[in-house]
Each structure stands twice: as C-alpha cells, then as structure tokens.
Design a protein around this ligand. Structure first.
Ligand SMILES: [Zn+2]
Ligand SMILES: [Zn+2]
Length: 167
C-alpha cells in the first residue's frame, strides 16, 4: 500500500518499544538521566538511581508502595518517605512520569527534554504505552489557550483497552 507509510507519523511515535533490546535501551536511558543531572547540577545518588532502575525494569506503571517493597530487598530500612523523595526528584528531573489514572509511576521512555507524553493506559491489565505526539499536545494547548487556560506539562492520559486484552 502506497498511502500506508504516509499515515504512520500521524499516529504518534511509540516510545520504549519492546522490540528494541531493552538492556541497551535501559543503559541509554540511565546514561541520559545521569547527563541530565550533570546539566542541571543535581546529584543522582545511589538511592535515586536504584528507584529509577526499578521503574525502568517494569513495562507498566508501578505504585509507590510496590516500589517500596522492591527497594526493601536491597534497603530493608527504606520507608515510604524514602521512595517519595526519590520519586519527586526523578519527576522533577523529567525522567519519570506520574500516571494519575493508576496512581502509579513510570520511567519515561523518551529522551527529548521538556516533552509532554501521551500515555495510553489499559484499564484491564494496567499496561501503559507512552507516545510522543506533538500534534495532540499542540491541539490541546491551542484549545486551552483560547479559554485563557495554561496547560501543565504532565502527560496526557488516555484510558482504554490494549490490543492484547482486546484479542
Ligand atoms: Zn516521557
Ligand atoms: Zn491490557
């Protein structure tokens, strides 16, 4: 089909495709996070790195208490505040997104700074997929601005059902 390839970019770019070597991808994302820290003059402490790596290891958003349980395997004394502080740092740095619909957190799979993700969330299996879609973002921004409304840079969350659950 000739027209098919032309319609692809319209659909937004899928970030964090599982077809990529995930080890390679994780290493690249971790390096990107370190570089961002240097650039911002912030410190990626071992604890912050551990929390980030736990999130990278999941292909779906994780709740803070689940993260805490995982962190306790290495740091038995970890408390909720330990996790929340590390998450706040990672959110601020822009390498983690909060997925409000699931009250959970996901490592950002994109490397563009100051981007706004579009997250597709499956209600059934809680999987989320992050897309980079500037068209949607710009449309929302424009419509909101017409009402004097300034949008935040938090990801746009779209709820529904993923292809696996629909099958
Ligand atoms: Zn992102
Ligand atoms: Zn699903």
């Amino acid at each position: 089909m000739q027209g098919a390839s032309k319609t692809l970019p319209e659909a937004g770019i899928l970030l964090g495709m599982r077809t990529l070597s995930s080890v390679k991808q994780h290493t690249a994302l971790a390096k990107h996070a370190e570089a961002l820290c240097l650039q911002e003059g912030m410190a990626m402490t071992p604890l912050r790195r551990e929390v980030y790596e736990l999130l990278l290891a999941h292909d779906r958003p994780v709740g803070a208490y689940d993260l805490l349980e995982e962190l306790k395997a290495k740091r038995p004394k970890a408390a909720p505040v330990t996790v929340y502080r590390a998450l706040d740092f990672l959110l601020e740095l822009g390498v983690v997104h909060k997925v409000h619909a699931l009250n959970a957190f996901a490592a950002c799979r994109g490397m563009e700074t100051a981007h706004r993700g579009l997250v597709l969330i499956c209600r059934t299996c809680r999987t989320s997929v992050e897309l980079e879609d500037h068209k949607v973002d710009n449309t929302i921004k424009r419509s909101a601005a017409a009402h004097g409304f300034e949008t935040s840079d938090e990801p746009i969350e779209v709820l529904g059902m993923c292809s696996l659950c629909r099958a």
